[in-house]
Design a protein around this ligand. Structure first.
Ligand code: NOJ
Length: 534
């Protein structure tokens, strides 16, 4: 085992590259078809050789897996499908030995309906203190037969479910994910203890799921489009929660990354004030189409909104909820929008992959930290999952029109010639892998200097070893239409050509890296990017 320990740099999170592991689909150590912690432990050397600084694990806790683990039944127990708490502790220690920090995922907005609190609330009945931990209400209408309000679900459909005694409970996601009542001190205390529980076990950070949804208007009034404030999104009271969390994180030098989907830049930045969350995912960039003007605007907006609170930006191309980058960038519409997902959207994968390569160099050159979702470094496309194998509740709740998110959650291909591409051994993976995935397998890409994996490895090594990357200023350079060119410090320059024709490169001393070969006359082809030293 390489004995590189995480650096003692207190500000590591300002420019780290953080790899997202979706444990169910990363590596299957016991061969039962579901990825697990022993699988991750056996692949830590892969992550260390890739050159990332930290690993974020999507929820690994006890869960009925109605929403892929985002329905947590117990935060202090690892789901048996993944392993044990003892193994999680070993994994954290081993990752640390490899120089990798660990970030866990906390889902404060809701719990699983199998959580003891919810089971107790159901049993205790209307008016009980147990029900106060959730949002139970009588219904509207003569016999209470109508839901208490009109809130739309984040997963389409209703947000209220009626229980046999006649009361309704709120769930912004599925009925199996009842929302917690964050105005209740017990809910706050419990989560503070959960944070301590994981910080005590050596994790370096916490990702906060659905971070802008926790606080609800106390009257739970109807949602009226265009009328502020929204009754559950970004309520002012939420910041008090994060201030108390920050005080805890500071005791452990822990950091937060918030899942904050908010269109308003100023409201978004409030979450990143110095006494709240350290960072938040940059969905402006993630959803942006592959167009120079739009990308430039997204980058400028991002930097402008972070500057007043002095928080570092994050750059994210994909995650376990959105369409894989190579597929998205090969489509006519290269942006991402949950509302427009459809079955059978055509994609030119060769083009998409070329762009994904260029996008890798773009994101890794921007100021701030970068999130890399497992399989992104392999250029995995979005898989079409046969209807009968789909598991994602987003698909079912859409009435079957939304393909759901399983297409980006397919188990990783590790070895081209092994059963299940080396993901596991004797049992078929929980989601089917497309038959032609041998070409994406890690061992194939290992042996190919031109592969996307090789590009990522080289880029990450250079990003670590060359002054000018990460946190710090950037300046746009004059460039042709359709070209993004910017300078970092120490002579570092990144040029991304989205113009559709070959372009001359600016004067430079050294070509550090190119996402695709240059033309023989030194020009940069379309949909390609370079790092230069001037
Ligand atoms: C955001 C997570 O990324 C997603 O996977 C999950 O379904 C929802 N939050 C609900 O927890």
């Amino acid at each position: 085992m390489a004995a590189v320990r995480p650096s003692r740099n207190d500000h590591w999170w300002r420019d780290a590259v953080i790899y997202q592991v979706y444990p169910r689909s990363f590596a299957d150590g016991d061969g039962d078809g579901t990825g697990d912690l022993s699988g991750v432990r056996s692949r830590l050397s892969y992550l260390s050789e890739l050159g990332v600084d930290a690993v974020w694990f999507t929820p690994w806790y006890l869960s009925p897996m109605v929403d892929g683990g985002y329905d947590v039944a117990d935060y202090r127990t690892i789901d048996p499908a993944f392993g044990t708490l003892d193994e999680a502790e070993k994994l954290i220690a081993e990752a640390t030995e490899f120089g990798l920090r660990v970030i866990v995922d906390i889902v404060p907005n809701h719990v699983s309906d199998r959580h003891v609190w919810f089971q107790a609330a159901l049993a205790a009945g209307p008016g009980s203190p147990e029900r106060e931990l959730f949002h139970f209400r009588p219904g509207r209408g003569e016999d209470g037969e109508l839901p208490p309000n009109n809130w739309p679900s984040e997963f389409s459909g209703t947000t209220w479910t009626r229980v046999p005694d006649g009361e309704w409970y709120l769930h912004l996601f599925t009925p199996e994910q009842p929302d917690l009542n964050w105005s209740h001190p017990t809910v706050r205390r419990e989560h503070e203890e959960i944070l301590r529980f994981w910080f005590e076990r050596g994790v370096a950070g916490v990702r906060v799921d659905s971070a802008a949804l926790l606080a609800k208007h106390p009257d739970l009034p109807d949602f009226v489009a265009g009328v502020d404030p929204h009754p559950y999104l970004d309520q002012d009271g939420i910041h008090d929660i994060y201030r108390s969390w920050r005080a805890i994180a500071d005791e452990y030098d822990g950091v937060f990354v918030g899942e904050v989907w908010l269109p308003d830049a100023e409201r978004f930045a409030r979450y990143l004030r110095p006494d709240e969350l350290h960072t938040a995912f940059n969905f402006t960039f993630l959803t942006c189409p592959w167009e120079a003007d739009r990308l430039r605007a997204a980058i400028d907006d991002t930097l402008a909104e972070h500057a007043p609170v002095q928080a570092p930006a994050t750059w994210v191309l994909s995650n376990h909820d959105v369409t894989r980058t190579a597929t998205r960038y090969g489509r006519t519409d290269t942006g991402f929008d949950f509302g427009t997902k459809a079955f059978g959207t055509p994609s030119d994968l060769q083009l998409g992959t070329r762009r994904a390569r260029a996008a890798a160099l773009l994101t890794l050159a921007l100021p701030g930290s970068v999130y890399l979702y497992q399989g992104e470094e392999l250029g995995l496309p979005e898989a079409e999952i046969p209807l009968e194998r789909i598991q994602d509740p987003m698909h079912f709740r859409s009435g079957g029109t939304d393909p759901g998110r399983d297409g980006c959650r397919v188990p990783l291909p590790w070895a081209a010639d092994k059963p299940f591409f080396g993901f596991g051994s004797h049992t078929e993976p929980w989601l089917p892998q497309p038959q032609d995935w041998a070409r994406y397998a890690v061992d194939r890409q290992d042996a190919d200097r031109e592969s996307l994996l090789s590009l990522y490895r080289t880029a990450l090594l250079l990003r670590r070893s060359t002054a000018g990357f990460g946190d710090g200023p950037m300046t746009w350079l004059v460039a042709d239409e359709g070209v993004l060119a910017f300078a970092r410090t120490n002579g570092l320059v990144c040029v991304v050509n989205l113009s559709g024709r070959a372009i001359e490169l600016p004067d430079h001393e050294e070509l550090l890296l190119a996402s695709s070969p240059l033309h023989s006359d030194g020009r940069l082809p379309g949909d390609a990017a370079v790092w230069l030293l001037r």
